[in-house]
Design a protein around this ligand. Structure first.
Ligand code: NAI
Ligand code: MG
Length: 366
């Protein structure tokens, strides 16, 4: 099958790591009967594009993604931390237009001789991708008694979004369990029954987080399909404590947008670097792979960005398009490069360039 993949490197190191991921996809040998071949379309978006063209995401990019692509790979965008007139994040817009309602982030230990990763971590974080505080309904008022500014933000939690995100969590808990059957027991980090941990803070935010909690719980309670999946819940603050103390305690974690954003960057620290953690923006009709890291202006243009997060994101893209064997092939090659430790970028304590890591992965893939 021929797959058309939209490539949107966007800003900073996105321009360095996405071409690397593309090379890895192109190097995939034929595996099995349904081995895909690829057709790539380069697409524009990002802050630099905005500075030249007045928009961060052209209609054309969206149209091509919708009408011509089977999936996409996105790099990273530099979003200014102050407000810039006319600018809004293209990634947020793409998630919305393509209805990519969950962001899926696997965080997995690296078995390496070098000691940069905690052991036995195998967590899948599922972050709701469309609402919460990121609906960006902010305003400013003045406090009459003090004359000082007050800033407000509205937070949206809907039953609709919570339910479909919760459903994805239980589906993926089952899917992971099945995927793990391909891995020998002694090599599996997670050996037990699949488990979903619901993250919230409904002791304080009883209406918003309360609705989230009840809705996600009801997904399992109303469907026997998920009987084999354990369900538990945890308040976000104590969840973070536990994440750092006992990371091997978690299997699938499902969280509202902002908690999920924060937890997943934190979880990346457990396995060495933001530069190794992939994600996929998933909807019912489209998938877009995206490394968890940003555009890393501090190292951009120096050929030292770690391409592994982007390469694994390409693997995730294939996994979510149903090409499990091909995805596993990419993951195994990446794991082996990390395990050998011969070609590591500076974020993992090595000296390799971006391209050297890409080449090392490709060598193992072929
Ligand atoms: P960042 O993820 O870009 O960088 C954080 C730190 O991790 C930096 O020291 C960076 O050098 C390092 N790092 C990140 N990825 C790396 C890689 N592949 N290899 C080696 N080192 C890596 O986060 P930061 O600095 O907070 O944000 C920079 C810009 O990126 C901002 O404009 C921000 O808005 C944007 N950003 C975009 C995201 C996206 O496109 N989804 C996500 C997060 C931030
Ligand atoms: Mg983030």
């Amino acid at each position: 099958k021929k797959l058309t993949i939209g490539l949107i490197p966007a800003d900073g190191i996105g321009k360095e790591v996405i071409p690397g991921a593309r090379q890895v996809l192109e190097a995939l040998p034929n595996i099995g009967v349904d081995s895909p071949s690829f057709n790539f379309i380069n697409l524009d978006a990002g802050f630099e594009y905005f500075q030249k063209n007045g928009t961060a995401l052209s209609e054309k990019t969206l149209e091509i993604m919708k009408n011509e692509c089977d999936g996409a790979l996105f790099g990273a965008v530099s979003s200014p931390s102050h407000k810039v007139a006319g600018y809004s994040s293209p990634i947020v817009a793409m998630r919305k237009h393509l209805d990519l309602y969950a962001n899926v982030r696997p965080v997995v230990s690296v078995a390496s001789e070098k000691d940069f990763s905690q052991k036995h971590v195998d967590i899948l974080i599922i972050r709701e991708n469309t609402e919460c505080l990121y609906v960006k309904q902010e305003r400013q008022t003045t406090d009459e008694s003090t004359g000082l500014k007050v800033a407000w933000a509205e937070r949206k939690i809907s039953e609709y979004a919570s339910r479909r995100c919760g459903k994805m969590a239980f589906e993926m808990a089952l899917g992971r369990d099945k995927f793990r059957q391909n891995i020998p027991l002694e090599k599996r980090f997670w050996k037990g029954k699949p488990k979903v941990t619901i993250v919230h803070k409904s002791n304080v935010l009883s209406i918003t987080d309360g609705l989230w909690r009840e809705t996600v719980r009801s997904v399992k309670e109303n469907d026997h399909k998920y009987d084999s999946v354990d369900m538990e819940e945890q308040l976000v603050d104590s969840m973070v404590y536990r994440l750092f103390r006992e990371p091997h305690y978690f299997d699938v974690v499902v969280a509202p947008n902002m908690y999920g954003d924060i937890i997943s960057d934190g979880a990346a620290a457990l396995v060495g670097s933001l530069g190794v953690v992939p994600s996929a923006n998933v909807g019912d009709k489209f998938v877009m792979g995206e490394p968890v890291h940003g555009s890393a202006p501090d190292i951009a243009g120096q050929n030292k960005a770690n391409p592994i997060a982007a390469i694994r994101s390409a693997g995730l893209l294939l996994e979510h398009m149903g090409f499990h064997q091909q995805a596993l092939h990419i993951y195994n090659a990446v794991d082996e490069v990390l395990r050998r430790g011969e070609y590591l970028t500076p974020d993992l304590g090595g000296r390799a360039t971006t391209q050297q890591v890409v080449d090392a992965v490709i060598k193992l893939i072929q």
